[in-house]
Design a protein around this ligand. Structure first.
Ligand code: URA
Length: 200
């Protein structure tokens, strides 16, 4: 990562921290921007920071983050391979869904983030991320697990890890979806080939 990029990144983080365009900022403790690598072939997008994320300022480090991280590790992802973030950067009170107006205010920042990270594969976790991207509420079992190819980007939707905490039966499909993402990254030569262990 060169100096110019790091300066652009710093300016972006400062813009995020200074943002007060929606009411979420007033009740949140921290602005939650990303974890993983600033530049990565895979961008994973969740809904919004939960309680633990609000305290730490790091996305997906609470109970649902634990599940997500386990699946990532099992498929051989390292921190350098992904950039994890959310549709909104501030914790919605009582873990409610972010409002459409909050999402639309935060989208500007997500667009800048996307241009900086330059992912080729995007994993949308849950219906809020899907809706923010496609503009319609999905039936998750119908939209998950397949790639939508757009302008050289590969977009996959899967269940939100928090849904797996409520319903064990979603764990296998989510794990399989992440496997398809892993295979796509190998196919694009953006990650090393899958080891034989992963094919068995
Ligand atoms: N849920 C999300 O959508 N994002 C997080 O960062 C944590 C929980």
């Amino acid at each position: 990562m060169d100096r110019e990029f790091l300066e652009r990144w710093k300016a972006f983080e400062e813009e995020c921290k200074a943002c007060s365009r929606c009411p979420l900022r007033a009740s949140a403790s921290k602005t939650v921007i990303y974890r993983g690598c600033k530049k990565a072939p895979l961008m994973i997008i969740g809904e919004g920071p939960g309680n633990v994320e609000d305290k730490t300022g790091i996305p997906f480090v609470g109970p649902s983050g634990y599940l997500l991280q386990n699946a990532l590790t099992a498929w051989g992802f390292k921190d350098r391979d992904f950039h994890i973030c959310n549709i909104v950067k501030c914790h919605p009170p009582e873990n409610r869904r972010p409002e459409p107006s909050e999402i639309s205010q935060c989208k500007r920042l997500l667009a800048t983030q996307f241009r900086l990270v330059e992912p080729r594969v995007i994993l949308l976790c849950g219906s809020t991320a899907y809706e923010a991207f496609y503009g319609e509420r999905p039936v998750m079992r119908d939209v998950r697990g397949r790639f939508d190819e757009k302008k050289g980007y590969y977009i996959m939707t899967t269940y939100h890890p928090a849904a797996l905490l409520r319903n064990d039966r979603l764990k296998i499909p989510m794990f399989e979806d992440l496997g398809k993402v892993r295979a796509k990254l190998s196919e694009l030569a953006l990650m090393e080939p899958l080891s034989p262990l992963h094919h068995s």
